[in-house]
Write a protein that binds this ligand. Structure first.
Ligand code: QAP
Ligand code: CO
Length: 168
């Protein structure tokens, strides 16, 4: 397994639209395993392949405290079940140190392939549903900061660029 480098806002590569996975083969399974290792090390609860500069439709998530609920979504398709919007303070491994309130539908239904390439469908609510929508946004090149006011987004951008320059 390997730790992958996580791209940070405003890296333009985060704006790439990811392509569907054609076959869930050993290359994709290795990517999934490396994404889990990278997410757990961060630590985080969700990671999209776009964030590690792989522009294919792969998401990993684990909302448990002890790494006991690993979930994989390959080529996910979501439909909104409950259009009622809920607020959640979202963060992102690609926007380190910043949390802001985002509004999203509360309940979604997802169809995807698992790590073995088997199709499954499930209904997700609460943080699980929110996190999945956040990760699917990554596959479209969208970030949670895009839902904020331009002023807030610009402030976050400025602070992150400064921090990235300091580290370089
Ligand atoms: C996406 O985000 C998410 O700023 C997953 O300094 C999060 O795992 C969706 C993290 C919340 C909905 C709600 C963020 C780690 C992890 C940071 C994450 C940080 C260190 C974020
Ligand atoms: Co994110």
């Amino acid at each position: 397994m390997a730790l992958l480098t996580i791209l940070e806002f405003p890296d333009p590569r985060l704006r790439t639209r990811a392509k569907p996975v054609a076959t869930v083969d050993s290359r994709i399974q290795r990517l999934v395993d490396d994404m889990f290792e990278t997410m757990y090390a961060a630590p985080g609860i969700g990671l999209a392949a776009s964030q590690v500069d792989v522009h294919e439709r792969v998401i990993v998530m684990d909302l448990s405290e002890d790494h006991t609920d690993p979930r994989v979504f390959i080529n996910p398709e979501i439909t909104i079940v409950d259009n009622t919007l809920g607020n959640y303070d979202e963060g992102c491994l690609s926007v380190p140190g910043f949390y802001e309130t985002v509004q999203r539908p509360q309940v979604v239904k997802v169809s995807a392939l698992d790590r073995e390439g088997e199709p499954f469908t499930e209904t997700l609510d609460g943080l699980m549903g929110i996190c999945l929508q956040h990760e699917i946004d990554h596959l479209e090149g969208k970030l949670f900061v895009d839902y904020l006011t331009p002023l807030k987004r610009q402030r976050i951008r400025g602070k992150l660029v400064k921090e990235q320059k300091r580290r370089a």
